[in-house]
Design a protein around this ligand. Structure first.
Ligand code: FES
Length: 107
């Protein structure tokens, strides 16, 4: 199978540009974010404390945490504003037909 290591986690049409969705993969919560038609995946749980980033706001590539307002770049996982200081994981994403496939964490 060409997408070995990748698993379907959503349908591409569930996420319009600018929208986010949390999916559970094993025991991890992963955030899917549609940035201008491209879907990115990163950890859903903020690295500052315990909050679900999918309940925050997405502006461009920046997701703002709903709890204390820290933010991250969903394409790299890098923190963009305090109190978020620690990078969050990002994951490989592939689109196969209408399916969103999630792969391994990057790095
Ligand atoms: S829990 Fe996300 S910024 Fe504090």
């Amino acid at each position: 199978m060409p997408n070995s290591g990748f698993a379907k986690v959503a349908q591409a049409d569930e996420l319009s540009p600018g929208q986010m969705k949390m999916v559970e993969v094993g025991n991890e919560q992963v955030l899917l974010a549609n940035v201008e038609g491209t879907i990115y995946a990163c950890a859903d749980i903020c690295s500052h404390a315990y909050a679900s980033l999918s309940e925050g706001d997405l502006t461009g590539t920046e997701v703002q945490c709903p709890l204390h307002g820290g933010s991250f770049d969903v394409t790299t996982g890098e923190p963009m504003s305090v109190p978020a200081e620690e990078k969050i994981k990002t994951y490989e994403v592939r689109i196969s037909g209408k399916d969103v496939l999630l792969g391994p964490a990057k790095e």
